[in-house]
Design a protein around this ligand. Structure first.
Ligand code: PXP
Length: 249
């Protein structure tokens, strides 16, 4: 079973362009579920550039599907997560000047602080996932931290400039997924996945969840949210069943 977590941040990006009420990411969350999403992912950034606290609270109250809160591993966000109680918290690195999350969390550099934050969440019954690069040393650190899951950073794969580079990045993802699975970690993946590149990632054994935002919201503007989600669901399911992706890789 491969779950699709739809990241609705960029619905909020369009709303924040005018600081008004529309489009409402809470409505998008409901439509994503109708379109076949298994869960909703939101990133409440410290600068509140898209998702607002109100969005997270309302999604939590109105959606019964899995809620995954992406958050920086800092005290203020942890207190918010403990109050809202998402099903899952994904710890991500955060820099104010970045356009989007760039690269995974460096667990080797921040093992002590990430462990402390992760365990506050785990003790409250929240599943903790760590967004990391597909690197064996990062996977081993996630295991030491006793996280529930890792989310493999697929941005480097998505942005690969050649077929060979894409193949190399895919192999790193496959190897990291296998190692994590052998260590008892659940495996998720995300960042930069779209309708063309998702299939090889969906085919990686042991990957249980993909978190996808920008490509779905971009298509939703043109074809509607339900359609955009169900088309992604279709592409993922094709990838998982091994159909029609060799041409991409
Ligand atoms: N996973 C993580 C940890 C992220 O930070 C993001 C971006 O917020 C995504 C998945 C979704 O990435 P994209 O919007 O490129 O699909």
């Amino acid at each position: 079973m491969l779950r699709l977590g739809v990241n609705i941040d960029h619905v909020a990006t369009v709303r924040q362009a005018r600081k008004g009420h529309h489009p409402d990411p809470v409505t998008a969350a409901a439509l994503a579920i109708i379109g076949g999403a298994d869960g909703i992912t939101v990133h409440l950034r410290e600068d509140r550039r898209h998702i607002q606290e109100r969005d997270v609270r309302l999604v939590r109250q109105t959606i019964t599907a899995r809620l995954n809160l992406e958050m920086a591993a800092v005290d203020a966000m942890t207190r918010f997560a403990l109050e809202v109680k998402p099903d899952e918290a994904t710890l991500v690195p955060e820099k104010r000047e970045e356009l989007t999350t760039e690269g995974g969390l460096d667990l080797l550099a921040h093992e002590k602080s990430v462990t402390e934050i992760a365990h506050r969440l785990i003790d409250a019954g929240i599943l903790v996932s760590l967004f990391i690069d597909p690197n064996p040393r990062q996977v081993e650190a996630a295991h030491r931290i006793k996280a529930h899951a890792i989310e493999l950073q697929t941005g480097s794969y998505s942005e690969a400039k050649s077929r060979q580079e894409r193949k190399d990045r895919l192999i790193e993802l496959e190897e990291a997924a296998l190692l994590a699975h052998q260590m008892g970690l659940k495996v998720h993946a995300g960042h930069g996945l779209d309708y063309n590149n998702v299939q090889p990632v969906a085919a990686i054994p042991h990957v249980e969840e993909l978190n996808i935002g920008h490509s779905i919201v971009s298509r939703a503007i043109l074809v509607g949210f339900e359609q955009a989600v169900s088309q992604m669901r279709f592409a993922m399911d094709q990838g998982r069943s091994g159909e029609k992706w060799e041409r991409f890789i």
